[in-house]
Design a protein around this ligand. Structure first.
Ligand SMILES: [Zn+2]
Length: 401
């Protein structure tokens, strides 16, 4: 593969400021994965190309965030920021008569702020506004035809609700951005291959057919957010426009790809969106510490390839991935695929594998494929067959497939 040519252009959305935010030293969500990814992409000669730009994001305005989110929630998020100096906003929404620590304020509990998952850290509001700004910027560039591919690694906060934080997500950049794209009259498909169900995005557009929302994830029987079952297919006008593919524990590349190929391409082709937003969480990896799937970056890459084939214009978002080096590898491979490039290590043997040891041992970025076998695999196959059949019977006819 020799890369893209002709009119093709792409944008890697990145700033040091965004990558350097930290929830806490022990929190599993690490924005620094964006820096690891950009470094790895540079090392594999996936950035210095004439059609590729690295673009610095700008924070999204309060007004645009508030077109999806509840204002009182956003104001509390601003006010709890330890770095915020002017706290007039704080007094009216979260007055604490005991004068005690903010961490016990009842309003914060209601908003799920200050919890172990969603800690309050310095400039947390700025972080949320900047992550959304990055996603929105990518969407605008793609919508305008300025680029055909954009990637925001620190994006895909698919758990945040209209009026609360959840699952490491303060502001739902996906829902905020889709809300704006719908105002422009665009048809949008959101395809989420993060290991967790995209519950916040599902809730945002559950009764809306202007956005097709598809999520493949580890079953909610076993992991957070305990939702995303196949029978959650949307309601009212939105019936048939919300699609969930819950995957059993130990689902491997082969089983995942069968489900993906049976469900996603036919729906994308039938829906014919103006733009695809793809959440490319890398926490489906067998090594991920928070999930129980058994995928490698082979299955991940095949899914990204299929997506690219069925989505002429695509905004990719990072999402989860809690083995940070394996996540950087998956995202690097995704970026290569979206740019039609084959990653080649320009420096192998010169700077060595200091930061990315594992791929030096393997000789490249790819994992060895792992297969689940025996009765476990048989059970997975039966369950996946059942899910595919359910969706073909209940969702496909709505799309005349
Ligand atoms: Zn996840």
């Amino acid at each position: 593969m020799n890369g893209r040519s002709g009119k093709f252009a792409s944008a890697f959305i990145y700033s040091e400021e965004l990558a350097n935010f930290e929830y806490s030293s022990t929190h599993p969500f690490k924005p620094i994965r964006a820096k690891l990814t950009l470094d790895l992409c540079s090392r594999y000669n996936l950035i210095e190309r004439p059609w590729i730009r690295v673009v610095k994001p700008q924070p999204l305005s309060f007004e645009i965030l508030a077109e999806f989110h509840d204002e009182a929630y956003l104001k509390t998020l601003q006010a709890v920021d330890p770095a915020a100096t002017a706290n007039e906003l704080f007094s009216d929404v979260t007055h604490n008569p005991r004068g005690g620590s903010l961490a016990i304020d009842p309003k914060m509990l209601e908003y799920e702020l200050g919890t172990e998952d969603n800690p309050i850290f310095s400039r947390v509001y700025d972080y949320a506004a900047l992550t959304s700004g990055a996603t929105f910027m990518g969407a605008k560039m793609v919508a305008a035809g300025e680029v055909q591919v954009a990637f925001n690694p620190v994006g895909g906060f698919h758990h945040a609700g209209r009026n609360h934080a959840e699952g490491f997500c303060y502001v739902n950049d996906v829902a905020v951005t889709i809300t704006q794209l719908l105002k422009e009259g665009l048809r949008v498909a959101f395809v989420d291959i993060d290991a967790h169900h995209g519950n916040g995005v599902q809730d945002a557009f559950y009764r809306d057919k202007r956005a097709l929302v598809i999520s493949l994830h580890e079953t909610g029987r076993d992991i957070y957010p305990w939702s995303g079952f196949e029978n959650e297919i949307g309601e009212g006008q939105g019936r048939g426009y919300n699609v969930n593919v819950p995957l059993p524990q130990k689902t491997d590349d082969e089983a995942f790809l069968r489900a993906f190929e049976e469900i996603v391409p036919p729906l994308l082709d039938a829906y014919a969106p103006d733009m695809v937003i793809a959440e490319l969480g890398a926490d489906t990896h067998i090594a991920d510490p928070l999930t129980y799937l058994s995928m490698t970056n082979h299955g991940y890459c095949q899914a990204v390839k299929k997506l690219a084939e069925h989505a002429p214009r695509i905004l990719a978002l990072g999402g989860g991935g809690y083995d940070i080096y394996k996540t950087a590898r998956s995202w690097t491979l995704a970026w290569a695929i979206l740019n039609n490039l084959e990653p080649r290590d320009e420096y192998v043997g010169i700077i060595g594998g200091m930061m990315f040891g594992p791929e030096i041992e393997a000789g490249d970025l790819y994992d060895k494929t792992v297969y689940t076998t025996g009765v476990v695999k048989e059970r997975i196959n039966r369950e996946i067959d059942r899910i595919i059949e359910y969706i073909k019977q209940n969702v496909f006819p709505i799309h005349k497939i």
